[in-house]
Design a protein around this ligand. Structure first.
Ligand code: FHN
Length: 438
């Protein structure tokens, strides 16, 4: 009986293909996890040949246009010949990132449409071979990042609507692509690992790999053990994360949350609600799209974005804010404006964000706390009253001051917590920060 159940367990684990290997991160990897947690703010870039279609006149569609409009591969393959981003200036992108106070970039090396934005040798379906532009975007961006000390991460879509061997098909890319109704899954995984090998050997040291798309068929045999150990073998320090919307699998170095704060599930992606002990990251869009969408002007206010970043930091999570560059290679001016406002805010208040970890009190309706050593930063984001009852802290409070002018705040310890007086003339529109010394 026991033997049967062990055999069953083995068969089950092989079938679901989840990594079960015990993984011990290297010292370099652990060091990079610390760096990552200190960095707090990064730019997510969704850029591909789909930007030429700019959403096709529909809001909510951009990098998904191939699937949403059911464009067969034969037709979609014409798009690269229209992609000529002559205004792409990697130094300008990186200067914008720096001014925004961001410390890293995560860019799509290949999205679900299967098109590689770099010089891949394992497939000619890439920017160098198929576009009039003919240059490797990632190479240029990496050089610009290196000059300015910005780390570069590569987004890689495991899901592929173009490769014939991505078979059996998952929830998407069905029916319309024109691919044959057969394929060799293992060949596809080999192809993916070959592309990852390129990404981890041809561009110097990279921050890590940001996987996406496994949710298309979560139970397929993804051979994660092999892929993750390949990455860690090629670059011990590279951080692996996967947006599969589940609790992290062994071999992953950080956990991400799509358009939700850790543990929240307003988007329906984070059904498990699990928050792991790994470094965390939340990604968010500036409007409703990842890739460039001409019609979507529903931009989130800078107040909202800063407050989300602060709340994310209150959970100990990084904030990876997205832009979808235009087909000419420029970042949308509206997005640059937003980034500049955020950068200005961070110039002033960055001390309460960078290098911090989650504070002693979990984010609540009124705001969040972050902590660095013996200093707790209390971020009051919305509070109608002029007193805040801060839940009891384990350590004794030595002093409380207003971040802005360094003046002392009046407070009183009660049996329910510390009551802090927040007069309205001390309040800031976006975030009133108090420094609590322990
Ligand atoms: O389908 C993708 C989507 O296009 C985008 O890349 C986001 C980024 O988190 N992830 C996927 C959806 O979960």
């Amino acid at each position: 009986m026991k033997k049967i159940s062990i055999l069953f367990l083995f068969a089950f684990l092989t079938m679901i293909g989840h990594s079960q290997e015990s993984y011990t991160p290297s010292d370099e990897n652990l060091k990079n996890r610390e760096w990552f947690q200190d960095a707090k703010f990064g730019l997510f870039i969704h850029w591909g040949v789909y930007s030429v279609m700019a959403g096709g006149g529909d809001q909510g569609i951009a990098e998904w246009i191939m699937n949403q409009k059911r464009i067969p591969i034969e037709q979609y393959e014409k798009l690269p010949s229209f992609f000529n981003p002559t205004k792409f200036d990697p130094n300008k992108w990186v200067a914008t990132v720096k001014k925004a106070g961001m410390k890293y970039i995560t860019i799509t090396s290949k999205h679900h449409d299967g098109f590689a934005m770099y010089d891949s040798k394992v497939s000619d379906y890439n920017i160098v071979d198929r576009t009039p532009y003919g240059k490797d975007i990632l190479q240029q961006l990496k050089e610009a990042c290196d000059k300015e000390g910005i780390k570069l991460f590569f987004y890689y879509s495991q899901l592929d609507w173009h490769h014939p061997d991505y078979y059996p098909r998952g929830r998407t890319g069905q029916g319309y692509t024109g691919r044959p109704q057969h394929g060799d899954w293992d060949k596809y995984i080999d192809y993916m690992n070959a592309q990852l090998t390129e990404l981890l050997t041809n561009y110097g040291e990279v921050g890590g790999i940001w996987f996406d798309g496994m949710w298309d068929q979560i139970d397929a045999n993804w051979r994660l053990d092999e892929t993750y150990s390949l990455i860690h073998k090629l670059q011990q320090g590279a951080l692996v994360g996967s947006n599969h919307h589940k609790a992290p699998f062994p071999g992953e170095d950080f956990q991400m949350f799509e358009r939700d704060l850790p543990g929240e599930n307003t988007m329906g992606f984070n059904q498990t609600g699990t928050i792991s002990e790994l470094p965390l990251e939340m990604c968010e869009t500036m409007n409703g799209s990842w890739g460039f969408n001409l019609k979507d002007h529903n931009y989130k206010s800078t107040k909202r974005l800063i407050q989300t970043m602060v709340k994310a930091a209150g959970y100990g999570a990084n904030f990876l804010l997205n832009t979808g560059p235009m087909p000419n290679g420029e970042i949308q001016p509206e997005n640059v404006d937003t980034l500049m406002v955020m950068g200005k805010w961070l110039d002033k208040y960055g001390e309460s964000i960078y290098g911090t970890r989650k504070g002693p009190i979990k984010p609540l309706h009124w705001g969040a706390t972050t902590q660095k050593g013996k200093t707790v930063y209390v971020h009051v984001l919305q509070l109608a009253e002029d007193n805040l009852l801060l839940p009891k802290l384990e350590q004794k409070i030595e002093s409380i001051t207003f971040f802005d002018d360094g003046t002392k705040a009046k407070y009183k310890n009660t049996e329910f917590g510390t009551l802090i007086h927040l007069p309205y003339d001390k309040r800031q529109e976006v975030d009133t920060i108090l420094k609590v010394e322990l």
